[in-house]
Design a protein around this ligand. Structure first.
Ligand code: IVH
Length: 688
């Protein structure tokens, strides 16, 4: 991924560009992870995701003062969500190390044999690597008592009610089960069930799901188990967790046989094999049959069969040494690149994408693929008319890899980035900064309107609940909103005429919109979509100028003189407020009564909380949630969403989060009531 100069982690003082880059990365990662974890609709491949996280981590490592408790580096990675009760796994649910080719697999076998100092491993067991999500199902005296997701391996989520709806998982074990038995396995959605679900959605004109894995994950994590029940999930059991009072197992094959006898679904493709050549054959045969199976697999898992040897080999902090996942290489197919077109995103970003002759690859038909930016098109050297190789990156996101040069006539011209936006207005597309991206800077561009409104209504901006992608699209399509200024002048009688908008949803949305008028100025500035102004940039500007009008009237020099605001941000803010279209929006917001007042300008408030992090939980009498956070931030402190060892104090109001209080007690963090909070704001010291 191309990096901007703002990403240079070597600087000692974080520049405003760097602060803006950190905010932009968090925002981008936040959006992708919401798509992945909540909507189960991933929008980028694993490699790109890793790049974003890596860049953010590097910047935070170089500037730890920028780390916030809610940064994705602190929260992502299978952290159990708060929606389901946590379940501690008595036997950790480990992950697997990967081998990506036969040499890596051979290396693993050799390492094991070295570790066993000459003892040979004469039996391996090969299983398919099912592409779903890991669960642990616990039986006590033969009765299903609990089911949990893997989570972070130590603590997962309680999904018992939902798992009970899966027909393949017995509520009572057969035969004579041990007193306690935990079976670990993969919950998945059979391909035919997934296809039927999508066909049904398509017939009703609704959005279809991307792949069985994400649909399975989304289906299992439903609040309403009736929805899970209707999805047709299935499971393959492949491993034991805690067992009490069971037989003495000597091999993994034995455990599978017992799981099967007890009535659990065990996949019939597992094989005990001896030689390395047999392992290779199993893998090759699985690759060949991969797309003929009625469920998705993404590799083969090879386990040492002898449980005594497994014990001797042990585990690392993350994975057992006695097992490895052989990950399949992504399938590549040739197809024709019909054209390269440009799409316009919410922030006006112009992204080139490949229009392809539809090709079936990696389990589904691909007809389009992003080409990211102008430089990527040049590096790949793909031209309309070329035969190109296509694959699914991370097995989900279609990717154009390279042209087949042998098929290219000598006179085929290079593709040139268009200089105007594809919308009917046709505003100029300009390449900005060093990140190779082109932008359409026409704020009335119909192609970016939806994205902008969604951003305006998103968390961190005006946080309007219930005003997500689908509602925004519906409203713009029906002319209910034409720009973000219209959000506060929605004609709800028109909304009532739309399908799916009953009185309750109208009331809820209307209340959420009304409530959002009081968001802090920093949120509003972030929501305005000013280039280079992310969440923290918005707060900084709000803190310094104290009112939207003062910010709008500031010269570029005045903007640049604000602490933490560099020339790039200053120029961008100045240009935004110089645009008559933007000023018209500001006036609509003013007329609607949207809050333009910032916290007291930072310069006037003593920074008594500098470097201190204060968490607020529960409702306070005299401060709304945002006001409390602002009071802390305007005094130089941080107000993260969760308690850690670094927290200076936890302020508790009515109904505080129990986990925050417990965590504060464990970490010896001071716990204050509202009076104590007031004192803290005044003096920066804990009340005695
Ligand atoms: S065994 C202690 N066997 O792959 C070993 N895992 O990449 C536990 N998976 O978290 C895992 N098929 O969700 C095992 N036949 C199989 C599997 C399998 C799929 C998943 C599982 C695991 C992930 C690791």
């Amino acid at each position: 991924m191309a990096k901007s100069s703002a990403s240079d982690p070597s600087a000692t003082e974080p520049s405003s560009e760097l602060v803006a880059r950190v905010a932009a990365l968090r925002e981008e990662i936040g959006e992708h992870s919401r798509r992945y974890y909540e909507l189960d609709e991933p929008s980028i491949g694993d490699a790109e995701w890793d790049d974003l996280i890596r860049e953010l981590r590097e910047l935070e490592d170089a500037h730890p003062e920028l780390i916030t408790a809610d940064s994705p580096t602190q929260t992502i990675g299978g952290a159990p969500s708060t929606a389901f009760a946590p379940v501690e796994h008595r036997v950790p649910m480990m992950s697997l190390d990967n081998a990506f080719d036969i040499d890596e697999l051979r290396g693993w076998v050799e390492r094991l044999e070295r570790r066993l100092e000459g003892r040979t491993i004469d039996r391996y067991i090969c299983e398919l690597k099912f592409d779903g999500l890991a669960v642990s199902v616990r039986y006590e005296n033969g009765r299903l008592v609990q089911a949990a997701t893997r989570g972070n391996g130590r603590v997962g989520e309680d999904v018992t009610d939902n798992v009970r709806t899966i027909a393949a998982i017995p509520h009572e074990l057969a035969g004579s089960p041990p007193a306690v038995l935990e079976a670990r396995g993969e919950v998945y959605l059979p391909i035919a069930t997934f296809d039927a679900l999508n066909a049904d959605l398509a017939a009703r004109g609704e959005k279809t799901y991307v792949n069985p894995r994400n649909t399975a994950a989304g289906s299992l994590r439903q609040k309403d188990s009736a929805i899970t029940a209707g999805r047709g999930l299935a499971m393959w059991a492949y491993q034991l967790g805690e067992v009490q009072g069971g037989p003495d197992f000597t091999s993994h094959a034995d455990t599978l046989a017992v799981l099967e006898e007890l009535g659990l679904p065990v996949n019939p493709e597992a094989r005990v094999l001896g030689s390395f050549a047999e392992l290779e054959d199993y893998i090759n045969s699985a690759i060949e049959r991969r797309h003929d199976l009625p469920y998705e697999i993404d590799g083969v898992v090879i386990k040492v069969d002898d449980l005594g040897l497994q014990r001797d080999l042990g585990v690392t902090s993350k994975a057992p040494r006695w097992a490895i996942a052989y990950k399949f290489p992504p399938e590549e197919k040739p197809t024709t690149l019909i054209d390269i077109q440009v799409s316009i995103g919410g922030k006006g970003k112009a992204t080139p994408f490949a229009v392809l002759e539809p090709v079936f690859v990696g389990g589904s038909t691909v007809a389009m693929a992003t080409l990211h930016n102008e430089d990527q098109v040049k590096v790949k050297d793909v031209r309309p008319g070329d035969t190109v190789m296509v694959r699914k990156a991370g097995d989900v996101i279609p990717e154009v890899l390279r042209p087949v040069l042998a098929d290219r006539p000598a006179d085929r011209p290079e593709w040139v980035f268009p200089d105007v936006c594809p919308c009917p207005v046709g505003h100029a597309l300009t390449r900005e900064g060093e990140d190779a991206a082109h932008y359409c800077r026409n704020v009335t561009c119909p192609l970016q309107l939806d994205g902008w409104i969604e951003h305006f209504a998103s968390r961190g901006a005006m946080d309007i609940e219930g005003f997500g992608e689908r509602t925004v699209r519906l409203f713009t399509e029906n002319g209910i909103v034409g720009d973000i200024g219209d959000v506060y002048a929605i004609d709800f009688d028109e909304v009532r005429k739309l399908e799916g908008f009953g009185e309750t949803s109208v009331q809820n949305l209307s209340a959420a919109i009304e409530e959002s008028k009081q968001r802090p100025l920093g949120n509003l500035l972030f929501g305005l979509n000013i280039r280079h102004v992310g969440g923290s940039g918005g707060e900084l500007l709000a803190g310094h100028f104290g009112h939207l009008d003062r910010l709008a009237a500031a010269t570029e020099e005045e903007l640049a003189s604000a602490d933490g605001v560099g020339p790039i941000v200053a120029a961008s803010v100045h240009a935004w407020f110089a645009d008559p279209g933007n000023l018209a929006i500001v006036e609509k917001l003013r007329a609607a009564g949207v809050n333009f007042d910032g916290p007291e300008p930072i310069a006037d408030v003593e920074q008594v909380l500098a470097g201190k992090s204060v968490v607020v939980s529960g409702s306070l009498t005299d401060f709304s949630r945002d006001e409390a956070a602002n009071a802390i931030k305007s005094r130089g402190g941080k107000s993260p969403g969760s308690v850690s060892k670094k927290t200076f104090a936890l302020v508790v109001g009515a109904d505080p989060g129990a986990s925050k209080v417990t965590k504060a007690e464990e970490a010896d963090v001071a716990i204050l009531d509202e009076a104590g909070f007031r004192q803290l704001l005044e003096t920066g010291e804990l009340p005695t």
